[in-house]
Design a protein around this ligand. Structure first.
Ligand code: ADP
Length: 487
């Protein structure tokens, strides 16, 4: 990996604690970061614990006051510089990401630019954190609403978007004047450290940003939740871990933002443009090898186009190229871990035991390791695991339906409510279905909805809070009402 990098300093083998690069843990413990395509060790990092987390929190708590006191324009300039540095170093950041996570290089670089777009967006928003003036309720009263940063923010993020999941939180937090402590996933800390390196270069003051490296997150998460200097937990990951963090945050009534699991329905109606629907399904289902929280998990196809859709989808899947993310023309890398492969296998076995048919793929790829064949299942029904659980892998289960009301009922029959998609052309149906889907996001005639300009987030047990857009700063702000009397 080092040979590939123009700026070798971006491959950092140290944590960032309170402004200092820490190469060894006081305990002396380290953990290896692996390349999932090859199993090779990329580097070892210090396995930090609660004490170093406390040091980072103390420093953040102190430094945050001065950061918040700066003008929005001053913070904006620092974020803009970070954006410029991310774009200038996108090739290197992409290579580090591919090495630790496995996604193809072009997709990794795409993620870097996507992550950078949030830093750019919030650099702009930093200058526009407006309050309100409200006409008073009595003749001598005037009411003003101030927006102030919540304070120290602690972030826990997963491995599937090692850069962007952090950038979406870091951007608004720094823009409004918060300090930020990141606990990246143990699998993929190198992208976080590389971005931190650039953030320091961009002028983020000492103590305002820390990156705690550790194989596991639970002890550090517990400290985040129980330390009263931390005012907010922002988390992206599974609903299961989100519940733990919310429970742990309850004692101190900490603010939380939760981007949790999904179980996205992808509905193809008879009147859909079928080729467009196939293209959308390919992006929504197989992007990142099915490992995104907005990936189509259940594909409902109306009976009139079911067979044609399955056939076209299988043809498109046949063009995918599985391999090492650094390989030429590779569209799809490995799954992140053996556990991930086992879950995919379990979902396929469960479905086929209940009558589903594998029309393409269905097993581990001949490349070995955690590579898996992109899979399509037909004849899928709602009693199968794929209907209720997030597969998080390259399996497209095709359900057949006849009736609009019925498919809406099935689509909503889940504890999750993150992304949903459907393809149709009838305007009144488009509008009615979009309204009826109990999801935070609906893609109509598109399989790709993520952008920094729109509010990303879920309803039901997919979470709370929104990332990106003009609403994205709200999660990092407190509202203060000031009543001026005796005017
Ligand atoms: P995923 O399946 O996407 O890895 P997880 O919710 O398991 O989703 O993990 C998301 C992040 O949460 C990871 O960084 C992981 O290390 C962290 N995590 C897992 N368990 C806990 C916990 N008990 N407390 C805090 N963080 C945790």
């Amino acid at each position: 990996l080092e040979d590939l990098l123009k700026n070798k300093e971006l491959l950092v083998s140290a944590a960032l604690v309170a402004g200092d690069w820490v190469k060894t843990a006081p305990s002396g413990k380290t953990f290896d970061v692996l390349n999932p395509s090859t199993g090779d060790v990329i580097t070892a990092l210090p396995d930090l614990g609660v004490d170093e987390t406390k040091t980072a929190i103390d420093a953040a708590y102190t430094a945050q006051k001065a950061w918040a006191a700066k003008t929005g324009k001053e913070r904006s300039a620092v974020l803009r510089k970070l954006y410029d540095l991310m774009v200038a170093n996108a090739d290197d950041l992409g290579a580090i990401l591919t090495a630790e996570m496995g996604k193809p290089l072009a997709e990794a670089k795409g993620e870097i630019l996507y992550g950078a777009s949030f830093i750019e967006w919030f650099a702009e928003e930093a200058k526009r954190v407006y309050g309100d003036v409200i006409p008073g309720h009595q003749p001598d009263k005037r009411i003003v609403v101030l927006k102030q940063p919540v304070g120290v923010v602690a972030s826990i993020t997963p491995w599937n978007f090692p850069n962007a999941m952090i950038a979406r939180k870091l951007g608004p937090a720094l823009a409004v004047g918060c300090a930020f402590i990141s606990k990246p996933a143990g699998e993929t800390p190198l992208s976080a450290l590389a971005m931190a390196k650039l953030a320091i270069e961009a002028g983020v003051p000492k103590g305002i940003l820390s990156v705690i490296t550790s194989k596991s997150s639970s002890a550090i998460g517990q400290e985040f939740c129980s330390n009263d200097k931390v005012r907010k937990i922002t988390f992206t990951g599974s609903t299961e871990v989100g519940r733990i963090l919310m429970r742990q945050s309850a004692d101190q009534i900490k603010k939380t933002s939760m981007e949790l699991g999904g179980n996205a329905p992808f509905i193809v109606f008879d009147d859909a443009d079928l080729d467009a629907a196939v293209e959308g399904a390919m992006i929504s289902k197989y992007r990142n090898n099915g490992q995104t929280c907005v990936c189509a998990n259940r594909i409902y196809v109306q009976s009139g186009v079911y067979d044609a859709f399955a056939e076209k989808l299988a043809a498109a899947v046949g063009k995918m190229k599985i391999g090492d993310g650094f390989g030429d023309g590779v569209t799809t890398g490995p799954l992140i871990s053996e556990d991930a492969v086992e879950k995919v296998e379990d979902h396929i076995a469960d479905a086929t035991s209940k009558g589903a048919k594998v029309i393409t793929g269905g097993k581990r790829h001949e490349l070995g390791g955690t590579f898996f064949e992109p899979t399509i299942l037909t004849g899928v029904t709602r009693d199968m695991k794929v209907a209720g659980e997030e597969t998080f892998g390259p399996v497209a289960p095709l359900f057949k339906f006849d009736d609009v009301e019925d498919v809406i009922e099935q689509a909503n029959d889940t504890i999750f409510g993150l992304a949903s998609y459907f393809y149709a052309r009838d305007l009144s149906k488009v509008w009615r279905v979009a309204e009826a889907l109990e999801y935070g996001m609906v893609g109509v005639n598109t399989g790709l909805i993520s952008t920094e300009v729109a509010p990303f987030g879920g309803v039901k047990q997919s979470g709370q809070g929104r990332e990106g857009s003009k609403y994205g700063c709200d999660d990092y702000l407190e509202m203060k009402y000031v009543c001026l009397g005796g005017i």
